[in-house]
Write a protein of this length. Structure first.
Length: 420
């Protein structure tokens, strides 16, 4: 057992191990000018531990070849490691079978896969698709494209002033034409955790399949796709301490088998002639061409790293950070937190009276504090609150209360510069 595992076992909270955890992330030692980096942009992309970096290097230096297509040693090793990574993802989300895990280039690609593979086959003129007001553009635009093509209709679940879905209104949107639900597990703009289990059950009672956008959830909450009973669940590695360019689509086997392929090419076929092509079985039917093999293996390593710490411990510690940061931010005059759901991950969106979020982000950067400003690819959320943008601090298990203090000090400096 490693030193970190021993410390984790002996403690009740990650707080006691956070220095040890931070030592795993070389990038956290960076200086921005003469200030220490305070990285609070984890909802956009999290950082990569040395363990994952080393795994990528080991793959490239000793294991790389193209997969699935040769009998030579390196190709067999690479194929084996790629399929091991798939099984790590399977166990991470408790999928029933490894073939239910499709490697994609990320969340956006996975949603587009479902739109093309499921939506274009099964959604017809006059059918209705339910989305929510909390969706990222990735879970809006593909469905709009489909609706335009098929003359289908999009219905939107509204939210209240705390940024919570109005579940009663969701239930009222169902009718005989409802064919599909697309629903985010966690809002990237506000941090709201949605009651997806109940919402999935409601849709299933009416025979309607549900896609869950787990991009903001998978790094922060334990996800069990069998317990949730969702038809599809999608997320990207780069928000889970893994590489960019890789993510997964989980789909129930019977749904994936019924779907048409999204991309054509090598590996996704069983036989090809100019008269007729037959497709491979799942998951390969949806993995045309050479996949990002190194990234998939790195994703597997990131899953090992996170699982070693434990998602329950991560969720508990990040909640401590959220509570502390919310308390400190909410007493600063002129600061308004947007999104006050009782059920949130450690994402805080806020506005400052008389100061544009872009200026907040720029000045905080001078203090070494990295946050994100803008509409966060969730313009409908901004429209709902009648604001163009917010500043968003998003936390990970390697952040500390000292870093929350650095954010608060930075905000005081912003106030002084702009309002005095
Ligand atoms: N969905 C949500 C909720 C997100 O937060 C994001 C990224 O921020 C995405 C989808 C898109 O993810 P990607 O850019 O990795 O495809």
């Amino acid at each position: 057992m490693g030193a970190l595992e021993k410390m984790l076992q002996a403690s009740n909270s990650l707080a006691t191990c956070v220095d040890r955890i931070r030592a795993d992330f070389p990038i956290l030692n960076l200086k921005i000018g003469d200030k220490s980096l305070v990285y609070l942009d984890n909802a956009a992309s999290s950082q990569m531990p040395q363990f994952v970096i080393d795994r990528l290097v080991r793959y490239q230096t000793t294991q790389h070849a193209n997969i699935h297509r040769a009998v030579h040693h390196l190709s067999e090793v690479a194929t084996h490691e790629y399929e091991v990574a798939r099984r790590k993802l399977q166990h991470f989300i408790n999928a029933r079978e490894d073939k239910e895990v499709i490697f994609t280039s990320g969340t956006t690609d996975a949603i587009n896969l479902v739109m093309h593979g499921y939506g274009r086959k099964f959604i017809q003129k006059g059918d209705e698709i339910i989305l929510t007001h909390l969706e990222h553009h990735s879970n809006i635009v593909p469905w709009q494209m489909l609706a335009q093509e098929k003359e289908a209709i999009i219905r939107v679940v509204p939210i209240n002033d705390s940024g919570e879905l109005l579940v009663d209104e969701y239930e009222k949107l169902f009718n005989a034409n409802t064919r599909f639900v697309g629903l985010t597990h966690v809002s990237n703009a506000l941090g709201t955790i949605n009651p997806i289990k109940e919402m999935i059950a409601f849709a299933h009672q009416r025979g309607v399949p549900v896609l869950i956008d787990g991009a903001q959830a998978a790094a922060h909450l334990t996800v069990d796709v069998q317990a949730l009973d969702c038809d599809f669940y999608v997320f990207s590695a780069h928000k889970l301490c893994g590489p960019t360019g890789i993510g997964i689509l989980y789909g129930k086997a019977h749904q994936l088998e019924a779907m048409q392929p999204y991309k054509g090419g090598g590996d996704m076929i069983s036989s090809v002639s100019f008269e007729k092509t037959t497709y491979n079985t799942i998951p390969y039917k949806f993995e045309a061409g050479t996949p990002p093999i190194a990234a998939a293996i790195g994703f597997g390593a990131a899953i090992d790293y996170l699982s070693n710490i434990g998602l329950d411990a991560i969720a508990q510690y990040e909640h401590e950070l959220l509570t502390y940061a919310t308390e400190r931010l909410s007493i600063i005059p002129g600061v308004t937190i947007i999104g006050n759901s009782a059920s949130k991950v450690a994402v805080i969106s806020f506005t400052m009276d008389g100061i544009h979020p872009h200026d907040v982000g720029t000045l905080l950067n001078e203090e070494g504090v990295a946050i994100r400003t803008g509409h966060h690819c969730a313009q409908p959320v901004m429209q709902r609150f009648n604001i163009p943008a917010t500043s968003r601090a998003s936390f990970s298990f390697y952040n500390t209360k000292d870093e929350v203090d650095a954010l608060i000090e930075g905000i005081q400096i912003v106030k002084k510069v702009f309002l005095s």
